[in-house]
Design a protein around this ligand. Sequence first.
Ligand code: FA5
Length: 347
Amino acid sequence: MSLQEKLEALKTETAAKIAAASDLNVLNQIRVETLGKKGPITEVLRGMKDLSAEERPKVGAFANEIRDELTAAIATKKAELEAAALDLALAKEAIDVTLPGKQIPQGNRHVLTQILEEIEDIFVGMGYQVIEGNEVESDHYNFQRMNLPKDHPARDMQDTFYISNEVLIRTHTSPVQARVMEKHDFSQGPLRMISPGKVFRRDTDDATHSHQFHQIEGLVIDKNVTMADLKGTLEVMMKKMFGADRKIRLRPSYFPFTEPSVEVDVSCFKCGGAGCNVCKHTGWIEILGAGMVHPDVLTMSGIDPEVYSGFAFGLGPDRVAMLRYGVNDIRNFYQNDVRFLSQFKGE
Ligand code: FA5
């Protein structure tokens, strides 16, 4: 076989291999094997020394032509394979923008937080400050400064979780009264505050009692504050919370830190006053205790009861939420069942 024939055969064979190459690695291997220094074209060119002087340039030119053709064929095939690889990657990574999006569940504020904020807003609108108290309190502030000395029988009204003899988790928000009164500077104006927060009692849990619940303490001290101011303030709040139609009653009561004292009940949302298991067959649900601040409580906080008087109240927002939404078991608020909580979307 002449050199020219050899080159022709090589071209045909290599062109077929290039056409059949299925990926870039195979193609690169063909290029190295055919066009490389140890490849057949180089070998043919080396054999040219045995040719005659006329034949040599012809065969040389033919060899170069074949090399250029194969180089071009490889480049074309390479571009083809690269384009195919790109198409494949694009197809694999394609995003179907017409598919429906995933639903992201949206949370909402806890129903009790919503009620607390709503009550805060009512009082802030009447010029009250909002003060945060401590959940861990001393016996001194929780009881003694509230006119409940160590051996006072009324301590039993609030069964207590003690941490030590002197430290406890507060049973009511009333200790905030003492902490605020002892610091207040009356030359700056009257004292008007509310203090919302958690309280704890060794109560047996039932439909309207929880061992952990919330209170909102209210306190107003100024010259000439009377029971009529207390009643008027509570009426404004109740009407805003429950609407003008709901029945409310004030009952004389007893708290060691107020004199006189009252308890405020709202007609039962479930039976409308006829009596049922929620209201323990009384027709009413108690939502707050209140009264005129006891002169001894004022004196212990350095306020002269001959000059100043005031009223205080302790409201149970958990029960407000029950009345508002017809929830017949307070424990629902603390079990954190999302199916229950997600019903109260708020604004
Ligand atoms: C007090 O705790 C007084 N410190 C309130 C007070 C403040 C009176 C200032 C006078 C002046 P009482 O124990 O009644 O009072 O609780 C007040 C309110 O908290 C109740 O009316 C009720 O709404 C709520 N409450 C009491 N115990 C529970 C409980 N176990 N679970 C849920 N709410 C409760």
